[in-house]
Every structure is written in structure tokens, then in C-alpha cells.
Design a protein around this ligand. Structure first.
Ligand code: ZN
Length: 197
């Protein structure tokens, strides 16, 4: 299995653990909580731990997100005051989840690619995207960004990736995912904004 497929399947497996699908934009925090992974902002963590941001970083610039291993506990921290807002933060949280669930020990270039691929697949699951595209007959990154509450740049990357593949694996898990997302897909299509193509 290719590393891309491994990342896609790990994301699909996690999405299938949701008790209920309430919309197209899944919540990385809720998905992580199911696996015992906690989330906080840098500011929130510093306040709780009684330390300053400087003590946390030693003065170096904070990345968009990072994961602290505290005993058995994984704590994902994100910069909630950072540029890009909630859409970018969701991707950062999903990226950190990817590092944890894919069992990464470091963060070299390949691990970064894999965490990004996992985040893309978690926030814009290929089977759900292909189903939306099949139903609408369109392939718009802007629409994808709004449906899944991600940045336009994340949606463009995912659109390019999926168009290059042309289709996705349609195994049991992928079919089940589309079945569970059916109400969310219908709702998204019912109140979609007019789009000119
Ligand atoms: Zn990373």
C-alpha cells in the first residue's frame, strides 16, 4: 500500500468512529478526544500550567501547532491567535492528529507530507468529495472550502490531488462513510449558494 493510501485509510477509519455525523466539517478535536488526545491553545496551556509563553518556547517562534507528550497523554497545542483563523487551525489540529495516529517519531519531510495528507483526507474525505462532485457535476475548490470549512489553499491542494487520481478506493469503509455522510451531503446541497461556473 502506498503511503498516500495508508494516510487516506487512517483518516477514513477515524471518521468512521464518530457516533453521529452532524455536518460535512468534522471536528478534529472531537475525533481526537475519542482516542484520548487532548487539545488546547498555547495561551490556554500556559495559563493552566502557570508558565509564560517564553518559558514554553525558550524564546523561539512557535509553530502553528505542536504535540506535547505528557506521560501517556498527547496534548495538541495550536496558536489560536495566529493568522488564518479557525479554518487554518482545524487543518493544523488534523495535521498534528496525523503525526500521532500514524505513529511518527520525528517530523522529517516525509512525516510532514504524511501528516498533511492525513489532514486533507480527514477534513475533505475523498469518497465524500467524489460523491459531492458526482451529484453537482462540478469540481470547484471554492465550494469545497465552504462545504468543509477549510482554507481555499487547502481546498485547492485537495482538488488537485483528487482530480489527478480521478477516483478513490471504494472499499467497504469508503462506502460506509458515504452512507453515514448522506444526510450531511443532502443538507450541504440543499442550501448551497449559487455558484457560477
Ligand atoms: Zn508536522
Amino acid at each position: 500500500m502506498s503511503w498516500q493510501e495508508r494516510c487516506e485509510r487512517a483518516a477514513t477509519a477515524l471518521l468512521l468512529e464518530q457516533r453521529a455525523v452532524t455536518g460535512l466539517a468534522s471536528d478534529p478535536k472531537a475525533l481526537g478526544a475519542g482516542r484520548g488526545i487532548l487539545f488546547d491553545s498555547y495561551a490556554g496551556y500556559c495559563a493552566r500550567a502557570g508558565i509564560t509563553k517564553y518559558q514554553l518556547t525558550g524564546g523561539s517562534r512557535l509553530p502553528d501547532g505542536c504535540t506535547l507528550q505528557l506521560g501517556d497523554l498527547c496534548l495538541v497545542l495550536t496558536d489560536d491567535a495566529g493568522a488564518g483563523g479557525a479554518r487554518r487551525r482545524r487543518f493544523t489540529q488534523a495535521h498534528e492528529l496525523g503525526h500521532i495516529l500514524l505513529g511518527h517519531a520525528g517530523d522529517g519531510p516525509q512525516q510532514e507530507r504524511e501528516a498533511d495528507r492525513f489532514a486533507s483526507a480527514l477534513l475533505m474525505p475523498a469518497p465524500v468529495v467524489f460523491e459531492l462532485w458526482r451529484r453537482t457535476g462540478r469540481r470547484s475548490a471554492a465550494e469545497l472550502a465552504d462545504w468543509f470549512f477549510v482554507t481555499i489553499s487547502a481546498a485547492e491542494t485537495r482538488t488537485g490531488m483528487l482530480l489527478a487520481r480521478g477516483s478513490c478506493r471504494w472499499g467497504k469503509d469508503e462506502q460506509e462513510l458515504v452512507r453515514r455522510y448522506a444526510p450531511a451531503i443532502a443538507a450541504a446541497l440543499a442550501d448551497r449558494h449559487p455558484v457560477t461556473v
